[in-house]
Design a protein around this ligand. Structure first.
Ligand code: SAM
Length: 251
């Protein structure tokens, strides 16, 4: 969901110039060297207000973390947070995940983070899900061999559907779980995740590793979507029915 436009957005964006990359195409193939000789470059897709971005950057100062976000009102908050924490290893791109390949050279990224993307539950919107094959191939093209994509979502239907897509596209899956925090909080939480956890919702997570078998954009035409329906992919309809029944019982 797009945020309401922030007041004074333009001047606030301008004040964040030190962490903004306005011309990301110019750094294609030389991100690590251009920003101070970092060990690796990691990219967060759809960083929102940047809680996770700031905490991850603080935890790994030798890695350059580049966050991409298309909503300027969310982005400005993420950038202000990074600046307030004095982080020197994080940069932001106002842009669309769809154009990842224009910003990064093949195999340039060591790790991708994809946290709580919009689920696009209708079948006709399946291609917009950020784990649809057309996106997975973009990610694979920009990731190094053995590089990984870490994916978290509260949405179990989307998660199960995504597991199918990753597998069919030749990624190796590790640590697939429907309840990441079953035994206490694990890892760095995102803004959305913190809210869901506080509500007692379970968090799904997986790590997808790029292997020789992983399809990239170079493999040609992206296949037709396998099973676009999230409802078919898991017991979503069932959960809707259960919720409806609970409501009925209460009234
Ligand atoms: C549900 S929010 C999650 C934010 C954050 N990752 C978190 O977990 O707190 C999804 C974010 O992804 C951004 N987004 C969605 N599609 C995008 C795209 N194609 N390119 C860049 N950002 C995108 C949205 O603007 C939004 O800020």
């Amino acid at each position: 969901m797009r945020m309401r436009r922030k007041p004074n957005l333009e001047p606030r964006l301008e004040k964040c110039a030190a962490v903004t990359v306005g011309n990301p195409e110019e750094y294609r193939g030389r991100w690590r060297e251009s920003f101070g000789g970092f060990e690796a470059v990691h990219v967060e897709l759809g960083c929102g207000k940047g809680r996770f971005t700031a905490d991850v950057a603080a935890s790994a100062p030798d890695v350059l973390l580049v966050a991409i976000e298309r909503d300027p009102s969310a982005l400005v908050m993420a950038m202000e947070l990074a600046l307030s924490r004095g982080l020197s290893n994080v940069r932001f791109i106002l842009g669309d995940v769809n154009t990842l390949g224009e910003f990064f050279a093949p195999c340039e990224i060591g790790r991708l983070y994809l946290n709580f993307p919009d689920p696009w539950p209708k079948s006709r919107d399946a291609k917009l899900r950020l784990t649809a094959p057309n996106f997975l191939r973009r990610y694979a093209s920009s990731l190094s061999m053995g590089g990984e994509l870490q994916f978290k979502t509260d949405n179990t239907p989307l998660f199960d559907w995504s597991v199918e897509q990753f597998s069919a596209e030749g990624w190796e899956l590790r640590g697939v779980t429907h309840d990441l925090h079953a035994n206490g909080l694990v890892g760095i939480l995102t803004g959305y995740e913190a809210k869901f956890v506080a509500q007692g919702q379970k968090i799904n997570r997986l790590v997808a590793v790029k292997r020789e078998s992983t399809k990239t954009l170079a493999d040609g035409e992206v296949p037709r979507l396998r099973n676009a329906s999230l409802c078919d992919a898991r017991g979503y309809e069932e959960s809707l029915e259960t919720n409806a029944k609970k409501k009925e019982d209460r009234s």
